[in-house]
Design a binder for this molecule. Structure first.
Ligand SMILES: Cc1cc2nc3c(=O)[nH]c(=O)nc-3n(C[C@H](O)[C@H](O)[C@H](O)COP(=O)(O)O)c2cc1C
Length: 273
């Protein structure tokens, strides 16, 4: 699939429900509009220096209070990728991608610094510090993903790396107060390319001045039709987006163990006070 113009990219992003944008789009925005999660990779390594370039891009993102509460573990060893894949519900692409970047909310570094400077960092275990660290991880990782796409690489996040945090901590030799929030697979896509997955219409997402859900039900019905047609075209079941809420939030099957997360986080050194 080749996207010719920004209007084409917008059309695909919204499946025909796109907003009117009377502006030329920048190359960066066009790249963003073309994002797709890639779940099939060639057996081809990244170029030398590519990993370091991606991390430099990620480290350039904003970070809460400049506390930089992120560590990244780059897993390239095939056997370890296989073990990560099995821990992540057996998703094959995790073993296939040449690099799996594991994004760690790393409060262990803060704790070591606290000990070194003789300060009682009593606010570190508080929920707000955790939210700040998780935000840092997400912003860092998305910046890496965008940088990777700008280099012709494909990516896919792996939230399922949270299924078994104790195993992951052992596998990656994590200290206490360090937790893998998600992985990011990076590599060259194996054709055929997947399609651009349509997003909610902006009428549902963008609110002006104050929140409003006026017209939401009608717009969601239109999105359901677009989403379902896209899924069918990709060879997946023709589920509606709203219908998927039942699997996602009316059951814990999807969570594959992540319903235990609060207790496990406390054991790993995140009491979330
Ligand atoms: C934090 C996070 C975790 C994710 N975890 C997984 C995962 O474990 N497996 C997977 O196949 N996709 C995963 N994804 C990818 C989403 O399913 C994907 O972004 C979404 O369906 C939209 O599709 P698109 O990225 O192709 O536009 C994850 C995405 C995010 C942001």
């Amino acid at each position: 699939m080749t996207i010719q113009t920004s209007h084409d990219a917008l059309d695909r992003r919204y499946g025909g429900l796109q907003p009117a944008i009377d502006l030329p789009l920048t190359p960066t925005i066009e790249l963003m509009l073309r994002h797709r999660s890639v779940r099939s990779y060639q057996d081809r390594p990244l170029a030398p220096g590519a990993l370091e370039a991606l991390i430099a891009a990620g480290q350039s993102a904003a970070t809460s209070s400049n506390m930089q509460a992120v560590s990244v573990i780059a897993v390239q060893d095939a056997e370890r990728r296989g073990r990560l894949s099995r821990a992540a519900s057996g998703q094959a692409f995790v073993a296939q991608a040449p690099v799996v970047l594991c994004f760690v909310i790393d409060q262990s570094r803060h704790a070591r610094i606290g000990r070194a400077i003789g300060a009682d960092l009593f606010a570190l275990p508080m929920l707000d510090s955790f939210i700040a660290g998780i935000s840092d991880c997400a912003i860092f990782a998305q910046t890496v993903a965008l940088a990777a796409e700008s280099m012709g690489l494909g990516t896919c996040f792996v939230g399922n790396l949270r299924n078994d945090p104790e195993f992951i901590a052992q596998e990656l030799n994590l200290p206490p107060q360090a937790f893998v929030v998600f992985g990011l697979c990076v590599g060259y896509e194996r054709p055929p390319e997947t399609g651009i997955r349509p997003r909610l219409p902006q009428s549902v997402v963008l609110h002006h001045e104050t929140y409003s859900d006026a017209g939401e039900a009608e717009d969601l019905a239109r999105y359901d039709a677009v989403f379902s047609a896209h899924e069918t075209a990709q060879g997946r079941p023709a589920a509606t987006w709203t219908g998927r809420h039942r699997d996602r939030f009316a059951s814990t099957v999807y969570l594959a163990g992540r319903d235990r997360l609060r207790r496990i986080l406390a054991q790993l050194g995140f009491p979330l006070q």
